[in-house]
Write a protein that binds this ligand. Structure first.
Ligand SMILES: *Cc1c(COP(=O)(O)O)cnc(C)c1O
Length: 675
């Protein structure tokens, strides 16, 4: 035996770091110095960079088309110079069934907007995963795209529905976001495509460790005009040209970015098939193609899409107009579902070539195996989660800290929240739980003050991306019955929000439908108040998930791969009313709320368009009757029945959040995917 190999020590200093920042002296010197990075300690950054260039660290690169990082609600950096007004929270309008009198009320929030580079749950999950990687002190780098015009800004026009607008923002004055000198170039059939690298650091909750996210940006003067626009809008889908380029930027540009920074990558984690071109970039540059097997071992893939129709497919002829021939022939080898096909399928490519694959919930794993029987053995599942510190409200944070004898170091280990069950019979504690919730509810009402919502009225919320399978209009399908219930059981406050993809005409039609039904409720505002908020985003995501009494989730099974908004709600003691799909399948035995509606069984996936609306609308109302009865028995105009089973359910919700968090999820990624 020889002497143990001496570890190669890598150095990484502040001047190494500052040397990479574009316009450091002119723009960033006021916020970045040897001690501080936009108000946070800089040492975690130097440590993270040092680890990423070291071969000893087994670092992971996590690719995602979108990242919902939500700095307005968590780990907000400071900026010494003035921030562009474009980065400030804009006015949100709210529609309601008493809009005529209250039309002039708008929501004004004095905050910055969140970096608008996400569309919905997939991006929020990616952001939450990065934050848990930082909390766990792992050497992980995120790869994404700097969407210069965001996803889109949503306006509702009365009688016109959703009107999408461009979302302008200013990356140069966004706190914590820095452009690097590094530029990488993709050689395409239409000429060189240059990409600037940006960085954003995600810090741990205690600010002791950090993970970078690299964002690629084509908005450079040296690019042709069409190329400059490639990174404007997330999920621009007018035609295959946009889609192929956006995926090439993420996958191929991402690999080049990692190399340009000298990062030593042990595992490439593709969050959804969008990033599958990363595999091509690595393969094309292999000197000895016999090493392909070893290369593919480094790739792992998380699939978020439940149905085959949702997967990216491109004609080889379209790809050949964009990518160089060596990439196209590699695609022919790796990306075709059938040898005779003239299309590539990115889901298939990732499934077939990545060493490990995970679905995002148990039920989703089942559904994936039905759809891809050839990969039966390979497809495992790791249930999604949410980042505890981002989504936990202040009132419950205080409550857990107050009882730290029970919860211990719950901040480092959110799994400790399961200990709440030992307090479940303690009357004083039960009162505190209900009061913490009421505090959140009052905060919602004060932000929506124009609408005069009341804290002792039953409040239910549906808010998420507007997509057909999520059935956004289900609760308003039977308006007459809703009115009857409100008269007989007690008043209802319904809060709704969500964006439909700008090219999704069906989605826009759902919004029209909601607006019309709100109109139908005009005469009943004394018993039902409906408010529909513009521009659902992470700020409202947090506000709503922690403040309403019941979180409504009614996708048509089995089309919701996981869903995560309900996990944000249970963390804050907000009860679930849900169909049995996605993550909820793993919690149906728990006392976290009520389950209703069509249930999926067997191997036939069914059609997304077959929505079971009539029977499920009835099931929803039947369930809601019981929910409202129990609510008004629990909260009788401010007189709280502390022994109510409602409070048992609140406590059980929090108990379950000990599992449905990204810390647990990332630990599973680590042990099952990255090892
Ligand atoms: C959490 C979150 C989602 C995901 O919601 P689902 O109900 O899981 O689809 C979407 N958008 C925003 C802004 C969120 O915060």
């Amino acid at each position: 035996m020889g002497r143990p190999r001496k570890k190669k020590e890598v150095e990484y200093t502040f001047s190494d770091f500052a040397g990479l920042v574009e316009s450091f002296k002119e723009t960033y010197i006021g916020d970045i110095n040897k001690e501080k990075f936009f108000g946070f300690p800089i040492s975690p950054i130097l440590k993270a960079e040092k680890n990423l260039i070291s071969e000893e660290e087994n670092s992971v690169a996590y690719f995602s088309m979108e990242f919902g990082i939500a700095p307005s609600i968590y780990n907000t950096f400071s900026l010494s110079r003035p921030m562009s007004n474009k980065n400030k929270f804009f006015t949100h309008e709210v529609f309601s069934n008493y809009w005529l009198c209250d039309y002039l009320f708008k929501v004004e929030i004095d905050k910055m907007i969140d970096i608008p580079i996400y569309g919905g749950g997939l991006g929020v999950l990616a952001g939450d995963a990065m934050k848990s990687c930082a909390d766990l002190g792992l050497s992980v780098v995120g790869i994404g795209i700097l969407w210069n015009k965001g996803y889109f800004k949503q306006r509702f026009w009365y009688k016109h529905g959703q009107v999408p607008e461009q979302q302008a923002w200013d990356p140069h004055s966004y706190p914590g976001l820095i452009p690097l000198k590094n530029i990488v170039t993709l050689e395409t059939q239409e000429g060189p495509l240059n990409l600037r690298l940006w960085k954003y650091y995600v810090y741990s909750h205690d600010k002791k460790t950090a993970c970078p996210i690299i964002l690629l940006d084509s908005n450079l003067p040296e690019n042709s005009e069409p190329f400059q626009k490639l990174t404007d809008q997330l999920y621009r889908s007018d035609n295959a040209w946009w889609k192929i380029y956006q995926r090439a930027i993420l996958g191929m540009g991402g690999v080049k970015a990692l190399e340009s920074l000298g990062y030593q990558v042990y595992r490439y984690h593709l969050n959804e098939g969008h990033a599958a071109f990363a595999l091509l970039e690595k393969y094309v540059n292999l000197k000895d193609k016999d090493d392909a097997g070893a290369l593919l071992k480094k790739f792992v893939y998380t699939c978020h899409t439940p149905v085959a129709a949702g997967h990216d497919r491109f004609k080889l002829s379209d790809v050949a107009r964009i990518l160089k021939p060596e990439y196209v022939s590699a695609l022919e080898e790796f990306g075709k579902e059938r040898p005779s096909s003239d299309e590539i399928n990115l889901t298939y490519m990732a499934l077939n070539n990545c060493n490990k694959v995970n679905a995002v919930a148990m039920k989703h794993g089942e559904v994936m195996r039905f759809q891809f029987p050839a990969f039966d053995e390979k497809i495992g599942f790791i249930t999604n989660g949410v980042h505890t510190h981002t989504w936990l409200s202040e009132s419950f944070r205080k409550l857990f800290d107050k009882h730290k004898d029970f919860f211990g170091d719950w901040r480092d280990n959110p799994g400790r929240l399961s200990r709440i069950s030992t307090l479940s019979k303690n009357k004083a504690f039960r009162r505190e739980v209900f009061e913490a919730h009421q505090e959140n509810k009052r905060q919602l009402m004060s932000i929506l003050k124009g609408w005069q919502l009341k804290e002792n009225i039953f409040t239910i919320c549906w808010a998420r991306r507007i997509a057909g399978y999520k059935r956004p209009v289900l609760i308003l399908r039977d308006v007459d019955r809703l009115v009857k219930m409100a008269y007989s059981l007690g008043p209802i406050q319904l809060v709704m929000a969500g964006k439909a993809h700008p090219n999704d005409n069906l989605g826009a039609a759902y919004i029209d439908d909601i607006l019309n039904r709100i109109d139908q409720l005009n005469g009943y505002k004394d018993v039902i108040r409906v408010v529909l908020l513009e521009n659902y985003d992470t700020y409202f995501g947090k506000l709503l998930t922690n403040s309403v009494d019941v979180w409504l989730n009614n996708p048509i099974p089995p089309f919701e791969a996981s869903g995560t908004s309900g996990m944000k709600a249970i963390l804050n003691g907000v009860l679930q009313m849900s169909t049995v799909d996605g993550w909820v399948v793993e919690a149906v035995k728990d006392d976290i709320g009520w389950f209703f509606g069509y249930q999926h069984k067997g191997g036939d996936i069914g059609k997304e368009s077959d929505q079971h609306l009539d029977e499920d609308s009835k099931a929803l109302c039947d369930t809601l009757e019981g929910v409202m009865k129990l609510y008004y028995e629990t909260n009788n105009d401010g007189k709280i029945n502390i022994d109510s089973p409602w409070i048992d359910k609140m406590i059980c919700c929090i108990e379950k959040s000990a599992f449905f968090n990204t810390q647990r999820m990332v630990k599973q990624y680590q042990s099952q995917m990255w090892k």
